[in-house]
Design a binder for this molecule. Structure first.
Ligand code: JAH
Length: 236
């Protein structure tokens, strides 16, 4: 069973949204497990201190390496990637999510304050991963994002029908537009082709729309798609 261990000073916020919907049903059905480790439980002083002032001065606080080190050592991390959620990390991609979902699970360290002592990253071989170029108040919400992205790929978690969205994304294109009843809503109608019953024509329209949206909104993805198409279409 795929196992997520989350190390955090806010254990009470888990499972949070991971307890609802698809991930929550998969958790209840035993497709994955979540164990939450309270970093503060590894502090030794009366006030259970987990942070201290930065060496060299400056604003904010830094998570202490000894406390976090003990929390990691108390977790069975063997055979699972140990990741630190950080805006300094390697940007997360769907390709990486697919690889992580094939692992035994993940150990996710959630930082708070200005960051964690650099030495614990090296000493416990933590890989820094980023979910995007913005700063959060801590790694917890980023850890939930990563877990959700992985869990929905676990065998048996998602029905075959729902997988088409990321098939398109995995191919490097954004999703085509979706519609449902009523046929006319606030004067806006469903594109005629979708009511035609011509499944070849519908597939071609959706493909063209996916390509148009990618070209218009994500020139970076469009360029990457064209590069792959030019290189990959010769051999298949
Ligand atoms: C901010 C500790 N890439 C998303 C991300 C992940 C973690 C953090 N910020 C953004 C963060 C402050 C303290 C972690």
């Amino acid at each position: 069973m795929w196992r997520a261990s989350v190390l955090t000073i806010f254990p009470d916020i888990f499972p949070g949204p991971l307890g609802a919907s698809l991930a929550g049903r998969a958790l209840a059905s035993g497709a994955w497990t979540l164990d939450v480790v309270d970093i503060r439980g590894f502090a030794t002083d009366k006030h259970r201190t987990v942070d201290d002032t930065p060496a060299g001065g400056g604003p904010g606080m830094v998570m202490k390496p000894n406390v976090l080190g003990r929390a990691i050592d108390a977790t069975a991390t063997e055979r699972r990637p140990r990741l630190l959620l950080s805006p300094r990390g390697t940007p997360l991609t769907q390709t990486r999510v697919e690889a992580l979902a094939r692992e035994a699970g993940l150990v996710l360290v959630c930082g708070r304050f200005e960051g964690i002592d650099e030495r614990v990253i090296a000493a416990r071989d933590l890989e820094e991963v980023s979910i995007g170029d913005y700063v959060l108040s801590g790694g917890e919400i980023a850890a939930m994002v990563l877990i959700d992205a992985c869990v929905r790929l676990l065998p048996g978690v998602m029905g075959a029908a729902a997988s088409s969205a990321e098939e398109s994304f995995t191919e490097g294109l954004l999703e085509y537009p979706h519609y449902t009843r009523p046929q006319s809503w606030e004067g806006r109608t469903i594109p005629e082709v979708l009511l035609s019953g011509d499944h070849g024509k519908i597939a071609a329209w959706r493909r063209a729309e996916a390509e148009r949206l990618t070209r218009e909104r994500r020139p970076d993805l469009w360029a990457a798609f064209l590069r792959r198409f030019r290189a990959g279409s010769q051999t298949g």
